[in-house]
Design a protein. Structure first.
Lengths: 251, 579
């Protein structure tokens, strides 16, 4: 990591308000290559923070700087360039069901390919070797030609992760990637995610409910409560007391 | 309401037929149901050719469709022979110019109102009769009614096997296919011969095919209803009818009613077409105005049709919402009052149904018709049949093409700017207008500028179907899940890429299903554009009727039935292949 490299993500005095309700009011930074977990009860603003990071949510005030670009003033083209370097794993995956799995994996390249290459790839998949390498790393290379909506939930999860591999982003955002899984599968998926993110110098911002996983996988843990940062600590310093405090129901 | 029930209630313009209930596009086709078990065997990864083949599972279907469209284009004569009639342009222009100056004289407005009432009365009486038929027939056709009939009570839940395996299923389908395979207009032509000129003709021409369709849909609704409460009453010793009325009917009442309203919506459109072949009302006035080249009057009538369609669209949409029990009751009472009013207004001569003269004429017609005879030669019959199929294919191609463009322009989303919203509104009004002008009127207008043959018929049906499909496509776009599309945008994909990778694959399945569904209807509707001279079997039928050639008519009707059966089969298996 060179000193000149800008932070992967910087929220500076950011607030998000809907009407009179403030859903987020926070400032924090994610350094290049840093793995950060966002924890906190439902409605604490975790998804909002992730949405700000990729520009799908615009802040009411403050600035969001992703990979060195101030999203508030970025041109459409600039925005696309930045987004091409952000990998997002959505809570509900949001894959294109009727397309074959390989197209969903290759969608990770759409921000890099121009229009014509993207269209050509639908007829005859491009960069098949890269896609296959990614899929075989996740054990789904057999399913490349299967329609994505016919895959099981677990397989679709792997397609979404393979997409991240071929996209090769500098920042990965994951919104509660394991919230709908049983503990066993949650471990597997988090292992895969750690594996995908681990290589290179990718930064990770992941929202989680599970403190143990957050502590085990990330360098830093940020606790959010009612839109504000309750604590922002290196993972080893986070205790069970922090958790109980964070999830305590308001009196 | 479940998507399926929603589709069945169909409301608006789902389709002229059953609505895509049950076997239609909305049912399970697009669920994630296809588990790994029934997915095609995974193709080996490394093989490029395998990839290409598998990414297009319906390769043969696509090839077949391309061939069919090419053959239809060839049949239309475009590029092979003159198809346009340039001297007719000024007439068409003056027709559209008259749109801004409809005849609003008090005298003609009164006449329009009268014609509107006649059309409503026909549709209403036809629908009421169809719904009553549907109620009785639906109960009798339901598996629930028969399967538990002979069962000793209390022997556990009855097992309902898949319908396709029940003996005689295919026979039943074919038997039911006959009344609904024959278009209302053909029923009208036949009944006109038997009953003579009387409002009964229009009412029955609607009630017979609609009754069968309604019965089929009602039977499906009954069979989809969980049988628990019904079984409980049967076990307690109640008779089947009593158990049905107490246990099943209250639960399906809303669905039955909603479908009845949807049928009425279809009946309104069909009544206009029936009017053109002599039943009176708006259709008759339209033809009269057209023959007198009174375009201003035609537009008055067209605006009346648009208003009528819009009004009932709103009404049935308001009934689709859950709750509103009181409004539903009021609607029902209003419907009952209107029915009585319609009877008094039209005064159909019920005695004709049983009069000796009717039986005599029916007997004479049958004696003339049997055995069926060739209209001319086998070659001619096959040629006309081919033209009919080509017409229907081109109609769907034209209709889908325009419909897709109109839908993408007409889709309205939160956050649209004023220009975008204005374009969307304009598109919707245009779609509403081209839907309101029924296919035969389009055919007559097109015959100004296009020489007779399959082409004007195809274009007329195409325009009308563009109105219908455009609206269905818009609904698909508005109800689609946009999150996968957003996820592509977040990858930095451009607008066009997002559209091609995201929106198109997500809607293509339902678009195709709707287009195929409309094709089944278009093949039946070829008759109504044929009657006004656009070509195909409908034109043959009209000339036979004029010359009282009943045995020839029977042949043509059989040919039409076979064609619609063929298209049904092709469309159904294409839809299956697409899944």
């Amino acid at each position: 990591m060179s000193a000149a490299e800008p932070p992967a993500l910087q929220l500076d005095g950011v607030t998000v308000r809907y009407g009179t309700r403030t859903v987020l009011d926070a400032s924090f930074t994610v350094d290049p290559g840093e793995k950060v977990a966002l924890v906190g009860p439902s409605g604490a603003g975790k998804s909002t923070a992730l949405g700000l990071a990729n520009g799908s949510i615009t802040p009411s005030s403050g600035t969001v700087t992703t990979l060195g670009t101030d999203l508030g003033v970025a041109s459409r083209r600039r925005m696309r360039t930045v987004r091409a370097r952000i990998g997002t794993v959505h809570q509900r995956l949001d894959l294109i069901g009727p397309l074959a799995a390989i197209h969903n994996v290759n969608a990770g390249r759409l921000g890099h390919w121009g229009l014509w290459r993207s269209l050509a790839s639908l007829v005859r998949p491009l960069e098949v070797e890269t896609a296959h390498a990614a899929m075989s790393r996740l054990g789904i290379e057999e399913l490349a030609a299967t329609r994505t909506e016919r895959l099981s939930g677990g397989e679709q999860q792997r397609v979404a992760l393979a997409r991240i591999i071929v996209q090769d982003p500098a920042l990965v955002l994951a919104d509660e990637p394991i919230s709908s899984l049983d503990p066993q599968r949650a471990r597997v998926v988090m292992g895969l995610l750690a594996d995908v993110v681990g290589e290179g110098d990718r930064a990770l911002l992941v929202s989680l409910h599970d403190f143990d996983i957050a502590r085990g996988m990330c360098d830093r843990v940020i606790g959010l409560r009612q839109g504000r940062i309750a604590f922002d600590l290196p993972a080893p310093e986070v205790t069970d007391q922090h958790r109980d405090e964070l999830y305590r129901l308001p009196a | 309401m479940s998507p399926q029930a929603d589709a069945r209630a169909g409301v608006g313009e789902r389709s002229e037929e059953e609505g895509p209930a049950g076997r239609g596009p909305d049912s399970s086709a697009y669920s994630l149901a296809g588990s790994r078990a029934d997915s095609p065997a995974p193709v080996r990864a490394g093989s490029r050719s395998g990839l290409r083949a598998a990414s297009r599972p319906g390769r043969w279907w696509v090839a077949g469709a391309v061939l069919l469209v090419a053959w239809s284009l060839w049949g239309s004569g475009i590029g092979r022979e003159p198809v346009l009639n340039p001297p007719g342009w000024p007439s068409l222009r003056s027709f559209f110019a008259a749109a801004l100056s409809p005849d609003l004289s008090a005298d003609f407005l009164r006449r329009t109102l009268d014609a509107t009432l006649v059309t409503i009365a026909f549709s209403l009486l036809g629908t009421v009769l169809a719904v009553l038929t549907g109620l009785v027939g639906g109960v009798l056709m339901s598996e629930a009614w028969w399967q538990r009939g002979g069962r000793a009570p209390g022997r556990g839940a009855p097992v309902r096997g898949p319908r396709s395996r029940a003996p005689g299923w295919l026979l039943t389908r074919i038997a039911l296919g006959i009344p609904r395979g024959i278009h209302e207009a053909v029923w009208g032509i036949i009944l006109l011969v038997i009953l003579g000129r009387d409002p009964l003709v229009g009412i029955l021409a609607l009630a017979i095919p609609f009754g069968v369709i309604t019965a089929k849909v009602y039977a499906e609704i009954i069979d989809e209803t969980p049988p628990g409460p019904y079984d409980a009453l049967i076990t307690a010793g109640a008779g089947r009818l009593l158990a049905f009325v107490y246990a099943t009917l209250p639960r399906i009442w809303g669905d039955l009613l909603a479908y009845g309203f949807y049928r009425f919506d279809c009946a309104l459109r069909s009544a206009v077409i029936l009017g053109m072949i002599g039943a009176g009302g708006l259709g008759f006035e339209l033809i009269t105005a057209f023959q007198g080249l009174a375009y201003e009057r035609m537009w008055t009538l067209i605006y009346a049709l648009i208003a009528l369609g819009w009004l009932f669209d709103r009404w049935s949409a308001s009934l689709r919402h859950p709750g509103r029990a009181r409004w539903k009751r009021t609607s029902l009472l209003l419907g009952a009052a209107l029915t009585v009013g319609s009877l008094l207004y039209l005064r159909p001569d019920l005695a004709r149904l049983v009069s000796a003269r009717t039986w005599e004429r029916a007997g004479a017609m049958l004696a003339d018709a049997i055995p069926p005879s060739l209209p001319s030669t086998w070659a001619d019959l096959l040629g006309d049949a081919a033209a009919t199929v080509q017409m229907s294919v081109l109609a769907i191609v034209v209709g889908s093409g325009i419909g897709v463009v109109a839908a993408f322009l007409g889709v309205h989303q939160v956050g649209d700017g004023p220009v975008r919203a204005a374009v969307a509104a304009l598109c919707r009004v245009l779609l509403l207008t081209i839907r309101a002008i029924s296919p035969p009127v389009w055919a007559l207008l097109l015959l100004f500028v296009v020489l007779p043959g399959p082409l004007p018929g195809a274009l007329a049906l195409g325009l009308y179907n563009a109105g219908v499909l455009g609206r269905l496509f818009t609904e698909v776009l508005e109800t689609m899940d946009r999150r996968p599309v957003l996820s592509l945008q977040l990858l930095g994909a451009g607008r066009i890429t997002t559209f091609v990778y995201g929106v198109l694959p997500l809607v293509a399945g339902r678009f195709t299903a709707y287009a195929l569904y409309r094709w089944e209807i278009a093949i039946r509707e070829t008759v109504v554009v044929g009657v006004v001279g656009a070509g195909g079997l409908g034109r043959v039928l009209e000339s036979q009727r004029a010359s009282f050639d009943y045995s020839g008519m029977l042949t043509v009707v059989i040919a039409l039935l076979l064609l619609s059966l063929l298209v049904d089969l092709a469309s159904a298996s294409a839809r299956r292949a697409w899944r």
